[in-house]
Design a binder for this molecule. Structure first.
Ligand code: NAI
Ligand code: MG
Length: 336
């Protein structure tokens, strides 16, 4: 039995994480979930959005499945999501977006994976007021050779392992010449080590347009933190929305799996949340644990429910069911 830290999260977190653990149990995953607190609810309850016990549990077990955590906008505590990625040096944020059966979308056959640098860029956390009147704020973007080499190499290694054909590096090196210029330079240095994989680079604004016009032309995408954050929500929109895209935060000796989406306060507690995104994150966790066959079995049950039991699916993907009817339909298939 593998011990995995489970942080249910804020907003829709509880609904989707209980659905996911139910589905994993129904599939026979041999996991002991160690439930821990973090985020806004933890802050309101304990005064701490990231309690020591939670950090210690991740330090001990090195793998977590995390629901979304609310971050106050403007003022208030810093993002716990960002803090966890930095604390455990989870430098690769891997976010696949793949078209799913029977989900209405103008885009077909999308199959891309975004590698987002996860620890620096503009999310480094160096923001400050330059004057007492608070009329002038500045923010620092940090790009280092080491971190850029790690994420670009991770993207190429993934491409090689999964027989993918192309890596697209996204930057803004025409304007941010030193920071994203360095990122681009490192991409150009590393690409020749992978001669079987095509390499191209695109400026981020053009990339946003290209992804909407012809998303099928992209395969593996590697980019800096902020661009990766924005483009991965865009990529989710190409395949059915934030309810269906999972993600992994991976470092050299720890990994936290979480959906691309946030705590969705607009639908929390209504049974409308789609647990697929967190479930797909859990399937990435199973692959990380070297259990690809179990992941495939669950993925196939999801595809069958989307195809043949649309009435049980959540409204975001055109169904008339709830979080729970959907999870139950998947569990029934897995137990058959
Ligand atoms: P959001 O991702 O929570 O929601 C955006 C839209 O997508 C909403 O309309 C929501 O209803 C919908 N949506 C999201 N997940 C869904 C699901 N599973 N099923 C169906 N619909 C879904 O982004 P928003 O509203 O900008 O952020 C809300 C909070 O979440 C903020 O406090 C933000 O800081 C936090 N957040 C946390 C993240 C994390 O934990 N990694 C990531 C992104 C945001
Ligand atoms: Mg985001």
């Amino acid at each position: 039995m593998t011990n995995i830290v489970l942080i249910p999260g804020d907003g829709i977190g509880k609904e989707i994480s209980s659905s996911v653990t139910k589905i994993m149990d129904a599939a026979g995953a041999d996991i002991n979930w160690i439930e821990c607190k973090a985020g806004e609810e933890s802050y309101l309850e304990t005064g701490n959005p990231l309690p020591d016990e939670t950090v210690k549990a991740i330090e001990k077990h090195r793998i977590a499945l995390k629901g979304p955590l609310t971050t106050p906008v403007g003022a208030g505590f810093r993002s716990i999501n960002v803090a966890l990625r930095q604390k455990f040096n989870l430098y690769s944020n891997i976010r696949p977006a793949k078209s799913l059966p029977n989900i209405e979308s103008p885009f077909r056959s999308v199959d891309l994976v975004i590698f987002r640098e996860n620890t620096q860029g503009l999310y480094f956390g160096k923001e400050m007021w330059m004057d007492e009147e608070k009329k002038h704020a500045e923010s620092m973007a940090v790009i280092t050779r080491d971190a850029s080499e790690r994420i670009v190499t991770a993207a190429f290694e993934y491409a090689r392992k999964h027989h993918r054909k192309k890596v697209t590096l996204v930057h803004k090196a025409n304007i941010l010449k030193l920071t994203t210029g360095l990122f681009l330079e490192i991409g150009r240095e590393i690409a020749p080590r992978y001669p079987e994989i095509e390499f191209e680079d695109l400026i981020v604004d053009n990339m946003a347009m290209q992804m909407v016009m012809r998303p099928q032309r992209f395969d593996i995408i590697v980019t800096t933190n902020l661009f990766g954050d924005i483009l991965s929500d865009l990529a989710s929109g190409l395949v059915g929305g934030l309810g269906v895209t999972g993600a992994a935060n991976i470092g050299d000796d720890a990994a936290i799996f979480e959906a691309v989406h946030g705590s969705a306060p607009d639908i929390a507690g209504k049974g409308l949340a789609n647990p697929t995104a967190l479930l797909f994150s859990a399937l990435m966790l199973l692959e990380y644990l070297d259990q690809p066959r179990l992941a495939e079995k669950i993925r196939s049950a999801v595809y069958t429910v989307l195809q043949d039991h649309k009435e049980d699916c959540t409204p975001d993907v055109g169904g008339s069911g709830t979080t729970f009817t959907y999870a139950d339909a998947i569990c029934r298939l897995l137990k058959d």
